[in-house]
Design a binder for this molecule. Structure first.
Ligand SMILES: Cc1ncc(COP(=O)(O)O)c(C=O)c1O
Length: 432
C-alpha cells in the first residue's frame, strides 16, 4: 500500500524537460498538471500520441458497485456441491440454508438473540419487507443522502403514505445531521450510500435507549464496515455486494425489539405473501432457520457459502474490513496527489471504503457528464475498469468499488489508468 510520504517523494521525481513523475501501483507514469498553470508548473501538452500508456493493468478489471467482483478464489467448480435439482425443503437443501444463516451470523458477529433470514428480492426485497411490516405504528423519519435512500423516502411517503413522517435529505457528498434525528420515532436510513460514497461514520448518534426502531439498509456496508448491532433493529443486505455473492437473495437481521413490534402490530395495509414475516401474530420461526418464504436458488446459496468460507480465510470480519480499507486508501492517496480530482464525500469521516465516488474538479471537466462518461468508456475499452461511471442520478464522476473482494494490487494498477484516461479525454477535448 502506498503511503502519503512515499507519494510525495515520488511526485518530486523529474524526467526530461522537468516533467514530474508519479508512481502508483508500482509503475512510474507522467503526472500531468500536478499543479495548476497559474502556479507556474509545467503543463504537458496532451495529445493522444503523448499520453503515455501505463505499463501494468489490473489483473481483474471488475470494479462494479453491484454485482461486485467475485472473491479472488472463485471458480464455478467450487459450486459442485450445490444440491441442484433437489428440494430446498429436503434435508440437504435445508441444511445448506441453515448453514448460510449460521455462517453469516458468525462472520458478521451478529448477537445470538437477533434473528437472521434469507428473503427474496435482494436488498430491496429485504428492506421493503421491513418497511411494509413495521412502519406506521408510530411517527417515523426517513433519511436520505443519495439515490437509494431517496427510494425509501418515496416508499414511505408516496406508497405507504405514512401520516406522520419527517423527511431529511442531504445533497450528494453530504450526510444529514444525525444528531437532529428523533430516534424515538422509527428511522429508515442507508448506512452506506452506494451512489454518493457517503456513509454513516459510526453509531454514536443513535441512542441505545431509543423508543423507535432503526431500519438500516446496510447493503454496501455489511462485511466491510462496522455495524453496531445494539443500534440497529432491522439490517438488510444483498449477497451481491461486499462478498461478491449472487443477486436476487437478500438477508434481513432483526433485533428482539423488531420481533416484538412484528408480533404486536398489524399494519393497516395488505401484505403480499412475499413480505409476510408473521402468521397469527407470531413470527414465522422457520424463515429464520432456513425455511424460506419461497424457492431460493440453491446455486446462489452454495455460492454464498463459498463466499463466506473465503471471508473466513482472509481473517473474517476484521480481514474483510482491512481489505476494503486498504483498497479505498489507495484511491484516497491518488486523489490527494492530484488536484484535478476529488472525493464526492465532503467530510473524510463519512467517506465510504466500498463505493468510492470521485468527481473531476478541473474547470475543463467539472460537472461535465459527457466528460466523465468518456473517461469511463476509455477505461472500459482498455479493459482496465468496468462499470466505474457514476450512478445515473449522481453527480458526474467515477465510482470505484473497493469492497473486500477487490484486490489492492488491482486498485493500485488502476490509478495510473485513471490519470491516463482523464488526460486522454482532456487532450481530445482540447484538440476538437
Ligand atoms: C444502498 C443500496 N440499497 C439498495 C440497493 C438495491 O439492491 P438490490 O438490487 O440488491 O436489491 C442497492 C444496490 O446497489 C444499494 O446500493
Amino acid at each position: 500500500m502506498m503511503n502519503e510520504r512515499l507519494m510525495r517523494a515520488d511526485t518530486m521525481m523529474r524526467i526530461g524537460r522537468n516533467i514530474p513523475l508519479a508512481r502508483l501501483g508500482g509503475a512510474f507514469y507522467v503526472q500531468r498538471r500536478d499543479t495548476p498553470p497559474q502556479r507556474g508548473a509545467i503543463i504537458c501538452k496532451d495529445t493522444m500520441t503523448d499520453v503515455q500508456t501505463p505499463a501494468a493493468r489490473p489483473a481483474n478489471p471488475r470494479f462494479s458497485s453491484g454485482p461486485c467482483a467475485k472473491p479472488p478464489v472463485f471458480s464455478l467448480d467450487a459450486l459442485s456441491d450445490a444440491p441442484l435439482g433437489r428440494s430446498h425443503r429436503a434435508a440437504v437443501g435445508k441444511s445448506k440454508l441453515q448453514q448460510a444463516i449460521e455462517d453469516t451470523r458468525d462472520i458478521l458477529q451478529v448477537p445470538d438473540d437477533y434473528r437472521i433470514g434469507i428473503v427474496p428480492g435482494s436488498d430491496t426485497g429485504a428492506f421493503e419487507m421491513a418497511m411494509w411490516s413495521l412502519l406506521g405504528a408510530r411517527p417515523s423519519e426517513t433519511l436520505a443522502w443519495e439515490s437509494f435512500g431517496k427510494g425509501w423516502v418515496t416508499d414511505a411517503v408516496k406508497q405507504l403514505k405514512l401520516a406522520d413522517n419527517t423527511e431529511r435529505e442531504a445533497d450528494y457528498g453530504d450526510i444529514v445531521d444525525l444528531a437532529a434525528v428523533d430516534w424515538n420515532k422509527d428511522v429508515c436510513f442507508t448506512w452506506n450510500g452506494t451512489t454518493s460514497g457517503v456513509r454513516v461514520p459510526n453509531g454514536d448518534a443513535i441512542p441505545a435507549d431509543r423508543d423507535g426502531l432503526t431500519l438500516c439498509d446496510a447493503t454496501s456496508a455489511a462485511f466491510a464496515q462496522d455495524l453496531p448491532w445494539d443500534k440497529l433493529d432491522v439490517t438488510t443486505f444483498s449477497w451481491q455486494k461486499v462478498m461478491g455473492g449472487e443477486a436476487a437473495h437478500g438477508m434481513i437481521i432483526l433485533s428482539p425489539r423488531a420481533v416484538e413490534r412484528l408480533e404486536s402490530y398489524t399494519p393497516a395495509w395488505p401484505l403480499p405473501k412475499i413480505f409476510r414475516l408473521t402468521k397469527g401474530g407470531k413470527l414465522i420461526d422457520g424463515i429464520f432457520k432456513g425455511e424460506t418464504i419461497n424457492t431460493p436458488s440453491m446455486l446462489c446459496v452454495e455460492d454464498w457459502l463459498q463466499a463466506l468460507a473465503w471471508g473466513r480465510s482472509v481473517g473474517g470480519l476484521k480481514g474483510l474490513q482491512d481489505r476494503a480499507n486498504r483498497n479505498a486508501q489507495v484511491v484516497w492517496d491518488f486523489v490527494a496527489a492530484n488536484d484535478w480530482i476529488e472525493n464526492l464525500a465532503t467530510d473524510p469521516a463519512t467517506r465510504s471504503n466500498t463505493s468510492v465516488c470521485l468527481k473531476f474538479i478541473d474547470p475543463a471537466a467539472a460537472g461535465d457528464a459527457d466528460f466523465a462518461k468518456a473517461v469511463g468508456k476509455k477505461l472500459e475499452a482498455e479493459g482496465v475498469a468496468y462499470d466505474v461511471g457514476s450512478y445515473r442520478d449522481a453527480p458526474a464522476g467515477l465510482r470505484i468499488w473497493c469492497g473486500s473482494t477487490v484486490e489492492t494490487s488491482d486498485v493500485q494498477a488502476l490509478m495510473p489508468w485513471i490519470d491516463w484516461a482523464y488526460h486522454a479525454v482532456l487532450a481530445e477535448r482540447e484538440a476538437a
